[in-house]
Structure formats: C-alpha cells, structure tokens
Design a protein around this ligand. Structure first.
Ligand code: ASP
Length: 583
C-alpha cells in the first residue's frame, strides 16, 4: 500500500498510530540533530521527523532528499512540541522509521510553494510544477466543485447535458473563427465554435426542451488582458420560456452555487435597465458593491462662462466620500491618470468640500461659492468630500467617468473580493452602430429577439432586444436572450445587418430551415465559467483557474503551440506553406 493517509489528514486524535504517507518533498531542515521534512500532496502538508540519535542512517538518507523528490515514509503520529497553528496538520508530526525514495527530482526551476519565486513565463513553461502548488491546485479544485454544483442544480431542474460538435461552420459571436482545414474535402475548412449557439437552438427545435453543456468555446480575438482563445461556458437553452423564466432559473443557479460552495447568500438580485446602467455607472456591467453613482450637472454647470463645460454634451460627476483632504499632488496624479491614452480624458475638474463649508475647486475662476454649493447639493456631498467632474461627448465622458469611479472605489477599499453583488442588466439595444464599417452590428448576436417588430421604427438604434446580462462585481458572468424562432423575422434581422439573401441562406439556411418545421419559442443564456470560478476564488485573473492556459500571445508555453507543420501535412491538407504563398 503506498499510503494509509493523505498529507492533509492527520490530527492530534491520530497520535500513536502507525501510518504510511506518500508525497513530494517541499523542504527539508536540519536542526539540532533532527531533520524535518515537509511532505506535500493535493490534500496538504505534513511534517516528517528523523532523529540522528535514534537512527543515524535514516537521518542521513533524509538529509539527502532534494526538493520535489517523491517519497514514501512510514512512522508513528506524535504530538508536536512546537505546534504550527497555520497548518491543519500543525499539531502533529510523523516520527519516521522507514523512508523510500519513489522517484528523484531535478532541482525545480522555481519554488513549488504558495509563495513562489517563479515569474509568469517560467511557471507557464513548467505548468505541471506550478499546478503542484497548493494554492493553484485549490483553484482547480474549486473549479471542479463549481462545475459539480452547476450540474447538480441543472440536472435537478430537468436539464439534459448534450454535447455539440467542435468541427462546424461559423457561429457568430463577434470574434474571428479558428479554422481547421479538411483533408478529405480539399480547399474546405471547418470553423471551431465560438459558442454552441445554433446547435442549442436546433436542440430546442428537436424537443429537448432544457439543455445545458459545460463546453469549450473558441474565439480568435486580439488577446486583451485576461482573455483566453479557448474558454469554457456553462451553456444553457430552454423552450417555452419568457425572459422572466430565464432570469429566475439562472438566478437560482448562481444562488445555489454560491450557497453550496461559499455558504454565501447572494441576497436580493437587482434588475437594472441598460440605459440606467450607462447613465449612472457609465458601464453595461456596473460594479454595484458600492454607490458613487454619476450625477449629471449640465443644468447647474453650463452657461456660466466656462467654455469647456458649455461646449460639452454632458457634464458628469461623482462624489468621493471623505476624499476632500486630497493633496494637490494626489489630485494632479488623478488628473494624469485620467489623461492616459487608455482613458483619454482631456482633464479632470475637482471640487473639495472643505470642513468649514467652503469649496475649493480647479475652476474657481469661473464658478463662485454659491455655484459650487449647488453642485455639491445636487451630488449629495458633505464637508470632507471630493467632487470629480468630467465633460464632453456623452458616451466618452461616461466611459471615462466609469473608469474613474472604479479607480476611486478601489482606492477607498470599496471593491472587496469577499463581497458579492449580482444584478441583471436588461433592455439592451438590439443593434449597435459600427461607424468605421458604416453598418449595424448585433449587440448580442443575430439570433436575439427584438422586443417589438420594427416596421415602424425610424431609428434602428432605438430597437430594444429581449436580451439580458448577468453581472457580478462589475463582471459580465453570463449573457443571453430570447431567440427569434420564425424564419421571416430571422431573415429580416439578417437583412438589417447588411447580409444579402444568398449570404444568410448560405450561412444560416440550416437554422432558418429548421424554424419552418415547428420551432418552439425558446431562449437561453451562457455563463463564462472561468470568470465565475475566478470571482468565487477572489482572484482577478482567470488564468490560474484553467489547468493549462495560454499566455497573452495565445501560446501554450509548455508544449510550445502553435507550431509549424511539415510540408507533407501542408500537402495533405491542400494548403500552401507560407513560403509559397509569399511567392
Ligand atoms: N451564445 C451566447 C454567447 O456565447 C450566449 C447565449 O445567447 O446563450 O454569448
């Protein structure tokens, strides 16, 4: 038997029993004729003790153990004199009487401990070692549990788990497709799914009624921070539902998962109009763990002679509580932060609400105390607060203010990793204008149902979608919509999106064809599973919640992919190597 117990299992109650443990050597220490070895496995760490005076040979053997050797130790559990309250096994140690080296290890390229000295690249290259660290392992274990609980909830609610193919043709979710050349069909390519969207809709046509899948999706996007070219969704679809049915079912899913795994009651789940989210938070995924909502100041700040405000479509501010004592340097720092290209503000106006009831602003030249007081009143500011104001084009000013609000929330410690605030954002526009390309794009995807018919609507931008986003702590963790299930309406939407009849038939003829054979009304949603796990784990990045992630350039550093292929492979796949294409 390799082991009787795991390295995370033994407690004071077990004192006196003989045990066998197997695991990796985390570190060894020699101290006053004794050798201590920390042995680690997935379950934890246990201290082994070797005593020079009882068995010198054995102790010598232990002294030679290197980091990450795989060992087996037999011995007796005994109470520690020097207990370690930070370790669940910290009350005991094993007095070892037999040690077997199961496999030696080279010196690892970085410390395989919670606090490691390895940089990102090195850890990615040796991901199998990085994954040995208990904290990283715990993330992967959390992921497993979230998947289990999601499955449990969905199965209890009568959902069927059904797989859909990976070698398909394009499903538009707004990214580029990864394509796979077909050897058997010269010159033709499969696309990897950006999501199972069209298949899950077809499953509704087939009568499966309630579907889910924990499924990989592939999107060839420029990798902005913390995106992965392949990622996982909890993908769901239901027939005979309205928006309200979906909201309740999937609120239930999130509640269940949080309760089961974190013992957290999510409390009331707010619902917010897209328009309000933009007006009050400048974002369609507001972080509602804190207030600091926008106040529009056009009526009190314009036409007083300050040209910048007068020329602006929107003058908007936030009130940072208790920041009225910010120094000149801090305010300049904030202004510079806003002027960085990522934010792109031209400037930042501030008003300090002094404790004595007076105001000090960066625009004192244009506005008197009475006027500044009117702003402060409108913003609900108290002495000691700081007003921060931007102006300009409505969309841009909101965007900039949205970033500033998050930054101030961060500085004030209002974005707590262990606090969870979920909300639905509803009533999205159906279409958004791509000015560069001079056309309309779907806000969600082209299968989303408009709230009303649109024969009579002049401005396409005003058409609302029957779509919803589920937002958690400022992250979109799920999104979905009620779908179009009639051929005519679907054709009309493709037409609005600038697709010719031939094009929509070629790309989505199969789906529209299916709609002609009794497609039931249906709708669904998909959760970003990696992100959900990261938030539940209190982490910023999804990378450590994926066993084998890719880096920011979409590379797997460990297996070194993507990589070149042989000339024969090119030939077999009927594609030309790069060199020939260049000729
Ligand atoms: N397929 C959609 C997505 O990936 C989700 C949905 O509409 O159900 O965002």
């Amino acid at each position: 038997m390799f082991r009787t117990h795991t390295c995370g299992e033994l407690r004071l109650d077990n004192a006196g029993i003989n045990v066998t443990l197997s695991g990796w050597v985390q570190r060894t220490r020699e101290f006053g004729g004794m050798t201590f070895v920390d042995v680690r496995d997935r379950y934890g760490i246990t201290q082994l003790v070797f005593n020079m005076s009882t068995d010198a040979d054995l102790c010598e053997k232990a002294n030679k153990l290197g980091r990450e050797f795989v060992i087996q130790a037999k011995g007796t559990v005994s109470e520690r004199t020097n207990k370690n309250p930070n370790l669940p096994t910290g009350d005991i140690e094993i007095m070892v009487n037999e040690l077997t080296i199961l496999n030696a290890s080279k010196v690892p390229p970085f410390l395989v401990e919670e606090e490691t000295d390895g940089g990102d690249d090195l850890r990615m290259k040796y991901r199998y070692l990085d994954l040995r660290r208990n904290n990283v392992q715990n993330n992967i274990i959390l992921r497993h549990r979230v998947a289990q609980e999601a499955r449990r909830y969905l199965c209890d609610n009568n959902f069927l788990e059904i797989e859909t193919p990976f070698l398909i043709k394009s499903t538009p979710e707004g990214a580029r497709d990864f394509v796979v050349p077909s050897r058997m069909n010269p010159g033709e390519f499969y696309a990897l799914p950006q999501s199972p969207q069209t298949f899950k809709q077809l499953l509704m046509v087939s009568g499966f009624d309630k579907y889910f899948q924990i499924v990989r999706c592939f999107r060839d996007e420029d990798l902005r921070a913390d995106r992965q070219p392949e990622f996982t969704q909890i993908d769901c679809e239901m027939s005979y539902v309205e928006q309200e049915d979906i909201l309740q079912m999937f609120e239930g899913l999130l509640r269940h998962v949080f309760q089961a795994i974190k013992g957290v009651d999510l409390g009331e789940i707010q619902r917010m109009d897209f328009d309000d989210a933009m007006r009050l938070y400048g974002k369609d995924k507001p972080d509602t763990r804190f207030e600091m909502t926008f106040v529009e100041l056009n009526d009190v700040a314009q036409n007083k002679g300050f040209k910048v405000f007068d020329a602006a479509e929107l003058v908007v501010g936030i009130c940072a509580k208790g920041c009225g004592n910010y120094t000149r340097k801090q305010l300049d720092g904030l202004t510079d932060w806003m002027k960085r290209p990522q934010i792109g503000a031209k400037g930042l106006v501030y008003v300090k609400c002094n404790e004595d009831g007076t105001f000090k602003s960066s625009v004192d030249k244009f506005f008197g105390q009475e006027e500044l007081k009117a702003w402060a009143d409108k913003m609900g500011a108290k002495p000691g607060d700081l007003l921060l104001i931007v102006s300009g084009n409505k969309e841009k000013a909101r965007k900039q203010m949205g970033e500033l609000r998050l930054e101030m929330g961060e500085r004030l410690g209002l974005r707590k990793a262990d606090e969870f605030k979920a909300l639905w954002v509803l009533n999205f526009p159906l279409l958004e204008r791509d000015e560069e390309a001079g056309r309309w794009n779907p806000c969600h995807h082209p299968f989303t149902r408009p709230q009303k018919g649109f024969e009579s609507i002049e401005n396409w931008g005003d058409i609302k979608a029957d779509a919803y986003d589920f937002v958690l702590n400022g992250n979109e963790i799920a999104g979905g919509s009620i779908r179009i299930h009639e051929r005519g309406l679907q054709e009309k939407v493709f037409e609005l999106l600038g697709m010719s009849e031939e094009e929509s038939e070629e790309k989505f003829g199969f789906l529209m064809g299916a709609f002609e054979y009794g497609a039931p009304p249906h709708g669904g949603i998909a959760f970003g599973f990696d992100r959900l796990c990261a938030i539940m784990g209190g982490a910023e990045s999804i990378r450590d919640f994926i066993a084998f992630p890719k880096n920011n350039s979409g590379r797997d550093m460990m297996i070194d992919a993507p990589s070149l292929i042989d000339d024969e492979q090119y030939a077999e796949l009927h594609i030309l190597p790069n060199a020939e294409l260049a000729d």
